[in-house]
Design a protein around this ligand. Structure first.
Ligand SMILES: CC(C)(COP(=O)(O)OP(=O)(O)OC[C@H]1O[C@@H](n2cnc3c(N)ncnc32)[C@H](O)[C@@H]1OP(=O)(O)O)[C@@H](O)C(=O)NCCC(=O)NCCS
Length: 169
């Protein structure tokens, strides 16, 4: 099947489908729809959806400015974004299983990198779960060399979670 899915800016109306996809893929890491809605409301510029020609949603990404160090908690409201961000956090990049392993997620990563560079932070961070670490390594991320951050990542998700970062300087 040819790749005709494309990434575009997320719209508020996408969130029910994004929530449904999130619940289906991240069975072990549930998040309330209101928590996803808050991320979109706080930083829509960092939110994207992967859509097919029929308009159906097959992927999404939430990302936002953040502080270097401990990642935000799962299924928890951010309340506000830092006034002086020192990092950029990719909360989640997820594709429908039918779209995985077709190099589609990687097409969005340069856009995220440009957004992070635009707010002049020195790094992008994320927590890799569900065996996605090799994908993120190909995207230029490396395992963060900080046992406390690795422990925080495992507390946030589970034993498989790996805190990763990519320097922008
Ligand atoms: C991880 C993910 C975003 C990668 O996107 P993608 O477009 O499928 O990535 P690519 O096609 O460029 O590369 C696929 C590679 O990602 C890694 N990967 C990890 N988990 C994967 C999964 N469930 N499905 C597909 N690839 C996965 C593998 O290294 C895979 O390489 P392989 O096919 O040689 O094993 C996507 O597979 C996905 O949505 N996975 C489920 C949700 C998830 O874990 N998101 C990451 C949250 S941090």
């Amino acid at each position: 099947m040819p790749n005709i899915a494309t990434w575009r800016a997320m719209k508020a109306a996408d969130i029910p489908a994004v929530d449904e996809l999130s619940a289906r893929v991240h069975i072990d890491y549930p998040e309330r729809r209101s928590v996803l809605e808050e991320k979109f409301a706080l930083f829509p510029k960092g939110c994207f959806t992967l859509t097919e020609r029929d308009g159906a949603i097959y992927g999404y990404c939430f990302s936002h400015p953040w502080l270097e160090g401990v990642p935000p908690s799962l299924d928890t409201f951010l309340e506000t974004l830092p006034k002086n961000p020192s990092s950029y956090f990719i909360h989640d990049l997820t594709l429908d299983p039918s779209m995985q392993r077709r190099s589609l997620a990687g097409r969005l990563v340069p856009t995220i990198v440009d957004i992070a560079k635009g707010i002049r932070v020195p790094q992008i961070a994320l927590v890799a779960v569900s065996g996605s670490q090799p994908f993120w390594m190909r995207m230029g991320f490396r395992k963060t060399d900080d046992p406390a951050l690795q422990a925080a990542a495992r507390r946030k998700y589970d034993e498989s979670a790996v805190h990763m970062q990519r320097d922008l300087t």
